[in-house]
Design a protein around this ligand. Structure first.
Ligand code: SAT
Ligand code: MN
Length: 586
């Protein structure tokens, strides 16, 4: 009898009509064939074999360089279940509309069947997915980003317990591009894009949108969070998970070289983008990183900002839309040093600075996680790592202080639900516009976010030792428009304070919005920062927060009656605290 996987492959082949079908085993020999196919297609090339062994540059179509949120849909039978923050199509309508684009889409092409595990192969928290794709670049990327091939096929056996994802690059025309999710069937269809989160279906589509639905049903959490371990003097490691929107420094924070290494503080990387968490027998939330690689933003990455990744990406790495030097090495803005002569830009054209950036602002590297010198010895622990803190954050030029701690879990959920950030190049659209992005999940929650907030409150009741909840902002600017905080490796000073708060001895000062570090709360040895800058960094300006209150009120109103009352209560409490602050001043 045919297995559920075989049936689905046959059904997909009947629809997309490929010339041939290849079942991927994940072997090195197969990888070489896939790479040969990429090179043959003419959109990829081999990098300097001496300095960048087994590294390749892939150039995407210039109209296909980032996730396209406006073309991403949640197809639940009831529109209300997708909620006001998601695009919705009814499942049947989506099947016929997107089905028509997939019909015959693989004619003349090879269909690759890519079984993969999200999470360590032996972890009970891990899940199996299968992606069908006609893009060899996607196959090569999935091999880095997940445990792909035989290992996944073996775990699946003849079971129907996998998330199917059908992907075709179609004709790459944005007018015929759709990324659609069927949460009820746990099915993903994607057509018309070969880029990142649109095409590597294990990542945002499965590990966040579909998994968030599964997590709510089954009592766990699928979050857009990095996972790091902070080692303190004596060798104890405390794990924290942090949610920032795309391209706000999750990878750099997770892989940081600590500025306080001489004091015994060091950061270990468990994951840089996604966290799946279940309540462990010890009463803590245990997190695994479902991914096996990092799909990080290249521009701005250099020896100063992320030395660990710079050491990792010199081998077995796939670069996308970076520039190329005459030495056939990858290049981008923010990599160390002045641009060498004769650069070829991300579109493959000779470059000079009059032509805009040489690398696309959303250019990426795809690198196996295990190549990072900072990788945690626990990164593949089947039971995951116990999480002591959640850290929310975003890019805010104003308003949000460097760090603050919420009063309790309920307030912490409010802090996450009211998060906002200035938009980046990770998604198409305007850059630098402040938007509400609750828990950094706005583009990634597979169901109504009102229900998602409810799920957070429910989890809070069920976790015996819930993480403490913090908010950080590395991006606050002074009156001169310059960043107030140096960021990168110096961020460990904030992590150290968070650790001390977890342990119950960090010096803090209560403000209207939560606790901020007391005057001498942050360890600032070796950092030149004036007392005035520090007080600007930590300032809570009641007038600014009045504006936040108004904005979050409007945001919450979108959800109508479905919004948990707890959020409105927290909103009222904050309003009251701010009112006393404003009237005390006048
Ligand atoms: O393109 S991805 O969605 O994988 C990257 C990101 O937006 O975080
Ligand atoms: Mn992300």
């Amino acid at each position: 009898m045919a297995t559920p996987l075989e049936n689905w492959v046959e059904e997909s082949a009947r629809l997309t009509k490929p010339d041939r079908i290849v079942f991927c085993d994940g072997s090195e020999a197969e990888n070489q064939r896939i790479i040969a196919e990429m090179l043959h297609n003419g959109d990829s090339l081999t990098l300097n074999e001496r300095t960048y062994p087994n590294c390749y540059l892939h150039r995407s179509s210039p109209n296909d360089v980032a996730r396209t949120e406006h073309l991403t849909f949640i197809c639940s039978p009831d529109k209300e279940d997708a909620g006001p923050t998601n695009n919705w199509m009814d499942p049947e309508g989506a099947k016929s509309k997107v089905g028509a684009l997939l019909d015959g889409a693989m004619r003349g092409r090879t269909m690759y069947v890519v079984p993969y595990i999200m999470g360590p192969a032996s972890s009970p928290i891990s899940q199996v997915g299968v992606e069908i794709t006609d893009s060899p670049y996607v196959v090569a990327s999935m091999r880095i980003m997940s445990r792909m091939g035989k290992i996944a096929k073996d775990r699946l056996g003849s079971s129907s317990d996998f998330v199917p994802g059908l992907h075709s690059i179609g004709d790459l025309d944005p007018l015929r591009r759709y990324i659609v999710h069927f949460p009820q069937e746990r099915l993903i269809w994607s057509v018309g894009s070969g880029y990142g989160g649109n095409a590597l279906l294990g990542k945002k589509c499965f590990a966040l949108r579909i998994a968030s639905v599964m997590a709510r049903e089954q009592g766990w959490m699928a979050e857009h969070m990095l996972i790091l371990g902070l080692e303190s003097p004596g060798g104890k490691v405390t794990y924290m998970a942090a949610a920032f929107p795309s391209s706000c420094g999750k990878t750099n924070l997770a892989m940081m070289v600590s500025a306080l290494e001489n004091l015994g503080y060091r950061v270990w990387t468990v994951g840089d983008d996604i966290s799946w968490m279940k309540i462990g027998e010890d009463g803590y939330l245990h997190a695994i990183n479902p991914e096996a690689g990092f799909f990080g933003v290249a521009p701005g990455t250099g020896v100063k900002t992320n030395p660990n990744v710079m050491g990792a990406i010199t081998r077995n790495t796939l670069f996308t839309n970076v520039a190329l030097t005459a030495e056939r090495e990858p290049w981008w803005e923010g990599i160390d040093g002045a641009p060498p002569p004769h650069i070829i830009n991300w579109k493959g054209e000779p470059w000079d600075s009059s032509k805009g950036p040489a690398a696309h602002p959303n250019a990426r590297y795809t690198v196996p996680a295990k190549q990072s010198p900072s990788i945690s010895p626990k990164w593949e622990a089947p039971e995951g790592v116990p999480i002591s803190a959640f850290i929310f954050g975003g890019r805010r030029s104003r308003v949000a202080p460097l760090v603050y701690e919420s009063f309790n879990w309920k307030h912490g959920v409010f802090v996450g639900a009211t998060m906002a950030s200035e938009t980046t190049a990770a998604t198409t659209g305007d850059v630098g516009v402040t938007r509400r992005d609750p828990m950094a999940m706005l583009p990634f929650c597979g169901y109504n976010m009102a229900d998602y907030f409810r799920h957070w409150f429910e989890m809070g009741k069920r976790i015996p030792h819930p993480p403490k909840v913090f908010h950080v902002n590395w991006f606050r600017r002074g009156a001169d428009g310059k960043f107030l905080w140096p960021g990168y490796g110096e961020n460990v000073r904030v992590l150290k304070w968070i650790l001390e708060r977890i342990e119950g001895h960090g010096a803090a000062q209560e403000t209207r919005i939560g606790y901020v570090p007391a005057r001498n709360g942050l360890t600032l040895d070796g950092l030149h920062i004036s007392p005035e800058t520090l007080s600007n960094l930590l300032a809570v300006n009641p007038e600014d927060w009045q504006g936040e209150l108004e904005d979050t009120k409007q945001f919450f109103a979108k959800f109508g009656d479905r919004l948990p009352q707890e959020l409105l209560e927290e909103h009222r409490r904050l309003a009251q605290r701010l009112e006393t602050a404003v009237s005390a001043k006048t």
